[in-house]
Structures are given as structure tokens and as C-alpha cells.
Design a protein around this ligand. Sequence first.
Ligand code: ATP
Ligand code: MG
Length: 198
Amino acid sequence: MSAPLERIGVLGGTFDPIHHGHLAAASEVCAALDLDRMLLVPTNVQPFKTDVTSAPAHHRLEMCRLAVKGDERFGVSAVDVDRGGVTYTVDTLRDLGREYPDAQLYFVTGADALERFSQWRDAHVLSTLATFVGVTRPGHSLGQSDTPHSLVEVPALAVSSTDVRRRVGAGAPIRYLVPRAVADYIAQHDLYSGGSDE
Ligand code: ATP
Ligand code: MG
């Protein structure tokens, strides 16, 4: 009898910065689908955000690494950052498929991102590369979609990276919205405040 396939979740995102909404979603999907682990995969350049200034990839990657410390289910993959250029999920999944040939991949997407699924590059082949898992997100509904995916209800956390960036810019607190180490990192490197360490 062959060993069961390893079940690996993949949560792609800009993670600019990573926050507790991401971590709660990742954790809930791990539990609901009985995954062995969950990889957070920061994008290099996001196709729908090419005009938005974001913190450089090395900072976003490092904040993800800090955020997952202490939870052995979670890991961080630099495949997208290392490949460079605009990040397309089809490339992410192909690269991870090569890296983990014996695993079943579960690609996790929040309700907001799923709304645009049909616009993703090579949308028709994506479902052959991974099982798509939609997660609930406050302010967005999981409507009719032509993608095969399972749905996981995540305890609602109405936090977004946009809000975290705005808060930093306005001097409002971000503690408890992001992990402590991430808040410290943002302060240390003067990210999102109009400072120059970018
Ligand atoms: P931004 O405001 O910059 O777009 P974001 O908070 O949406 O940032 P992303 O990096 O764009 O974060 O999201 C990565 C993935 O995590 C997406 O699939 C998104 O839908 C999902 N996600 C982000 N925040 C939440 C949340 N609070 N609850 C559930 N899913 C979330
Ligand atoms: Mg987003």
C-alpha cells in the first residue's frame, strides 16, 4: 500500500503586511481539510496591483517568516519572489508541484480574490494543478463561481493589509491586528509611514 499523499495548503498573497486575517484563514483551512501543512507564498508583483506601491519583496517575505515562527504547520515559500516578475498562480502551482511531486496541493483564496478567478492567467488549467479552496472574508460574499473548490468558513476578522498600512500612516495602533514580531519589524524598518527604508 502506498503512503497517503502529503496534503499541502498554499496561501498566496501580497502580504503587505501579513496580518491575523491571513493566519486565521490558514489555520482554519488546515484544520477543516486536515492538511499536513500550509505554505504562505508572497507574490513578487501582483497582476492586479501593478500600480500600487508595496513594500519590497524581501520585507514582505521576512514578515511572513516572523509571523509563522512557532507554528509548525506553517511555512513560507519564496518561489514567487525568486522567480521574479509578475506573479501568476499558474506558475506558483507548477513550481510547487515540481518541488513537492508527491503532494496534493490546496490553493486557498479569500472571497474577494475568487470573484476575479476567471481573469486569472490560464484559469482553465489551474484546477488540474491544485484543489481550490475558497474562504469567507468579511465584506465579500462567496457567490456563484465556475471553479471547483471547497468552501471553508473562517472566523470573521475584518482586517486587511490596506487598513494596516493606512493605520501605520496615520499613527493608529496595529498591535493585535498583526503578530507582535511583525509590528516590531514594521516600526524598526519604518515601513508604511512614508519613511525611506524601503
Ligand atoms: P490588501 O488590502 O493589500 O489587498 P489583503 O488584506 O487583501 O491586502 P492579500 O495579501 O491581498 O491581503 O490577501 C492574500 C489572501 O488572503 C487573499 O486570498 C485574501 O482574500 C485572503 N485574505 C486576506 N485577508 C483576509 C481575511 N481577513 N479573512 C479571510 N481571508 C483573507
Ligand atoms: Mg487583497
